[in-house]
Every structure is written in structure tokens, then in C-alpha cells.
Design a protein around this ligand. Structure first.
Ligand code: GLY
Ligand code: MN
Ligand code: MN
Length: 413
């Protein structure tokens, strides 16, 4: 049985008796005029079916796996490339393939007399519109599938490791290429070049390339300014490989050498990174990782005199928040901010083998903060991807250096 059949089998066994699941794929999205954005299949649909085309619906129960999809069409295929067609749905394990144009007629008969219809929450309005007179209970599938997606299989781990390897190479390429006077988007091009050259056709999210004060804007992605001598550049960029994300941030000096103040802040973030990663072990949890990062960053800022007072008070009153205003990590998988890891009430679950999280502490010194001028406009984040193992953790992104000396050596080699 292939991995997708195993997932469907596992899921359909969780459903209540006399139920059926209806799954929707992504649709094409118009970018402008008659041009679409590059198509990306819905993550849950992909996880359960591996079916790659737009305009697809799957219907699943213990015995059936039906795929509705586009029909083959010689003229359309001449313009836009091959369409699989219902006759090829069996290649994806389907018990039956049906033309998508027939779903309005056929779907009601497939769900007739069922007690429950399961569907991912964001598609429930669409399902209700398709089945206006239907009286079964509609139940969300999200929690069950999120639990499955939270724990990565060996096959998934191999793909994510490759995504992380490619993204690490891209960061190394960028460290060697950056020069004062380049535009941020020119540095971004080094990432795209490496991703594609290595077989990753897309970015997992819009790359953030922020020089100087732009690094203090958490989701800056205009990437339009010149990189100046003496500034740091923060790059948060990761490729998507076979639909799986990687998510790496490195911060490095545009001219290849950290200033004293940049190094002061960098070393705090680096320590927070290392100590937080150590908490990514079975039985610990994301709250512990986050608290660890807050403690180290607050203590570091106190030691430098950028915060005053007493450690516990700084933490309890959230005064560190002016410098560090995001969480230390998130789960990662088919989505860069992946599902899973919380119980049905929204509480964090303990880390367990096979979970993958980012660890990404940062310090962002906005120019309005009351600190000496030399520290203003420094923004630093260090982000790694870490998998929980049976015996501890494994960092998937340690090919790309993060020690000051190692970064400087690579940049000047
Ligand atoms: N790249 C988005 C994030 O780090 O969460
Ligand atoms: Mn990131
Ligand atoms: Mn991240």
C-alpha cells in the first residue's frame, strides 16, 4: 500500500460509521488579465490523494475513493499541457474517476443516506452550496488530519531534509555573493537561482531580504532597497520541495564583518537559538522553547544595558516585547506554518518524535527605542528547522553557518 492509501485508510477508520468525506482541491487563482498564479495544490488534498490538478474533488469512505477531475481535451492540452483525465484516476489509487463536470449531478447520490459528511472547515460553505437540501451532519476533518500531519513519516522527513539542504546551500551562496551597493532583490535572486538549480521550483513563502532598518520589519518583503556598507542584512528564505517547506533565516554583515554592536546583539540571539533548540525534545513543548528564548534575550539585553530593572519583572511585564515580539517557532511541513501540535481545545501538545518545528529567536531594535544610537536599526533573527527524534533532536539546517566566525570566514573565503 502506498503512503497516500495508508493515510486514507487510517483516516476513514477514524470516521463515524455511515459517513463519507468530501475533499476539495485548490482552484486556479487569477493574477492579472488572463494570467494565473502558479498552481499549488491544497495541502490537505495533496496529503490524502497526491492528485496534482486543479478542479478536483475526492470522495472517500471505507470502501470507495472517487476522484472527480478534468476530462482530457486535445485542444486544451495543446495550449496548457497534459490533463490526467478520469481514466487515469486509478493511478492515484482511485476506485473510480468521474468527470468534474458531472459532480453536481453525482455528488448528491454519493452522500445520500449518510449520517455524517466530513469536510475541511474552509470548504464547508462550498459543500453546503453544492448540497443545499442535504440533512446530514457536516463535521470538520481538520483536527484528525492535523494530528496525522504533525508527525512526519520517514518519506516526509527525507523530502524536508532535502528542502533544508537546498535552502542552506542558497544561504551560503548569498553569504558569498553579497556586496555593498547591491539591491536587496539582487541578493534575493541568488536564492531563487540556487533553489531552482537544485530542483526546488518554488519558494515556501515570499523571501524576506531586509538590509539595515528593514530587518526590523518582521514580514518586510518589498526587497527594493540598496544594501549598505556597515549594515547587516536579514534574509528569511526557504524553498518548497515536493510541496514541503523549509524556513531558514540568517543575518550577516553586508561587507563581511560584524561591528562590535552588531556582534553584541547577534551573540544574544545565537545563545537563545542554541538553548531553545535544546528544548526540542520528546516530552518538552513549544511553551518551554519560547520561555527559554525570552529568558536569554531579556538577560542579554539587561547585561548590555538596553533594558534596565530585574529579569523576572522584565519577563512578567513583557518589557522584552519591544525587542522580541514574535513566538520562537512554529510547526513546519506541507505548510510553512504547519498544522498540528495542539489538542482539540487549542492547548500545545508535548513534542513527540517526528514533529518538526522552527526555532527562530530574534532581536529588533526599532529606532524609536530608548537605546544608544549605535544599537538602533539592528534587526537580527536566526532560524533553524529542527526535528524531534526518539533520542533528542536533529537540526536540519546546520549546513549553513551561524557562528560569527564561521559566517565571516565563509563570506571572506
Ligand atoms: N518565514 C516565515 C516565518 O519565519 O515564520
Ligand atoms: Mn522564516
Ligand atoms: Mn518561521
Amino acid at each position: 500500500m502506498d503512503i497516500f492509501s495508508k493515510r486514507r485508510h487510517f483516516l476513514s477508520n477514524q470516521l463515524e460509521t455511515n459517513s463519507v468525506a468530501v475533499l476539495f482541491g485548490s482552484e486556479e487563482t487569477l493574477r492579472n488579465g488572463d494570467v494565473n498564479f502558479p498552481f499549488r495544490q491544497n495541502s490537505n488534498f495533496s496529503y490524502l490523494t497526491n492528485f496534482p490538478e486543479s478542479e478536483s474533488i475526492a470522495v472517500l469512505d471505507n470502501e470507495n475513493f472517487i476522484i472527480f477531475c478534468k476530462e482530457k481535451n486535445k485542444l486544451k492540452e495543446q495550449w496548457d499541457g497534459e490533463i490526467l483525465g478520469p481514466e487515469n484516476a486509478k493511478l492515484y489509487g482511485a476506485t473510480q474517476g468521474i468527470p468534474i463536470d458531472e459532480y453536481e449531478k453525482v455528488l448528491p447520490s454519493l452522500v445520500k443516506d449518510r449520517d455524517n459528511i466530513y469536510c475541511f472547515e474552509s470548504f464547508i460553505p462550498k459543500l453546503k452550496k453544492l448540497l443545499p437540501n442535504y440533512e446530514a451532519i457536516i463535521k470538520p476533518l481538520d483536527f484528525e488530519v492535523s494530528k496525522m500531519r504533525a508527525i512526519k513519516s520517514q518519506e516526509e522527513l527525507q523530502i524536508i531534509e532535502e528542502a533544508c539542504r537546498i535552502s542552506s546551500l542558497a544561504h551560503m551562496r548569498a553569504m558569498k555573493s553579497v556586496k555593498p551597493g547591491m539591491y536587496e532583490y539582487q541578493l534575493e535572486a541568488e536564492y531563487v537561482h540556487e533553489f531552482m538549480s537544485q530542483g526546488a521550483r518554488a519558494c515556501a513563502y515570499p523571501s524576506i531580504v531586509g538590509g539595515g532598518k528593514n530587518a526590523c520589519v518582521l514580514h518586510y518583503n518589498e526587497n527594493k532597497d540598496i544594501l549598505n556598507d556597515g549594515d547587516l542584512v536579514l534574509v528569511d528564505a526557504g524553498c518548497e520541495f515536493k510541496n514541503y517547506a523549509s524556513d531558514i533565516t540568517r543575518t550577516f554583515p553586508v561587507n563581511g564583518k560584524f561591528t562590535k554592536e552588531q556582534r553584541d546583539i547577534y551573540e544574544i540571539v545565537l545563545e537563545a537559538s542554541k538553548k531553545s533548540i535544546e528544548t526540542v525534545i520528546s516530552g518538552s513543548n513549544p511553551l518551554k522553547a519560547h520561555e527559554t528564548s525570552i529568558e536569554i534575550i531579556s538577560q542579554g539585553l539587561l547585561d548590555l544595558g538596553l533594558l534596565d530593572g530585574e529579569l523576572n519583572e522584565i519577563i512578567e511585564s513583557n518589557r522584552y516585547f519591544d525587542f522580541y515580539m514574535h513566538r520562537v517557532g512554529h510547526y513546519m511541513g506541507l505548510d510553512v506554518h504547519d498544522v498540528g501540535g495542539k489538542d482539540i481545545n487549542g492547548n500545545w501538545l508535548d513534542y513527540a518524535p517526528g514533529m518538526i518545528t522552527t526555532i527562530e529567536p530574534g532581536i529588533y531594535i526599532n529606532e524609536n527605542l530608548n537605546v544608544p544610537d549605535e544599537y538602533k536599526n539592528i534587526g537580527i533573527r536566526i532560524e533553524d528547522n529542527v526535528v524531534v527524534t526518539e533520542t533528542g533532536f536533529k537540526i536540519l539546517t546546520d549546513l549553513v553557518p551561524k557562528e560569527v566566525n564561521d559566517i565571516e570566514s565563509l563570506m571572506n573565503s
